[in-house]
Design a protein around this ligand. Sequence first.
Ligand code: HEC
Length: 156
Amino acid sequence: MKSVVKLICSLLVAGSTSIGVASAQDTFEGPIKARKAVMALYAWNLGQLAAMAKGEMNYNPEAAATAAENIRVLASMNNGAAWPQGSDSTALPGATRAKLEAWTTYPESAEINKSLADAAAKMAAVAADGLDGVQANIGAIGGACSACHKKFRESQ
Ligand code: HEC
């Protein structure tokens, strides 16, 4: 009888531990999904500009200006709610690649985000005037993306 009680107790403890872990992940599932969606939109828009800059896609003034403006708008949005405390890769390995340093060194990441918005605004202002402007400004945009990734994103 004693051993049955012991067994039930250990099952309860094991159960509650695993529920605890699952709920922490569940809590952060929405925000992590949302910020990854913002990143996917960055990549989609930058991909079009890069393809034009490299001559892999025909230069289109309207499409170039739109993609740059989309990046500017995305970088200007307040998506703070998608970056809650505790949703870092130290707390949730495998679920996110956002390093804890993004929180501990804040507002450094926000400043990089601002530089991305500025670079995109410069690109948007000239993108419709010729391929030269796209080629001249794409480095600053890509540079802001990778500056943040180098500091605040796990490589894998
Ligand atoms: C302010 C910092 C910052 C900036 C600026 C930034 N990123 Fe990211 N990016 C991150 C972080 C942190 C992650 C990891 C997010 C996660 O796993 O929760 C990430 C993830 C990604 C991912 C993977 C998304 C996924 O589904 O896992 C892509 C693609 C990406 N970024 C593209 C870009 C591009 C393109 C730009 C520039 C136009 C950019 N990012 C600008 C910080 C940034």
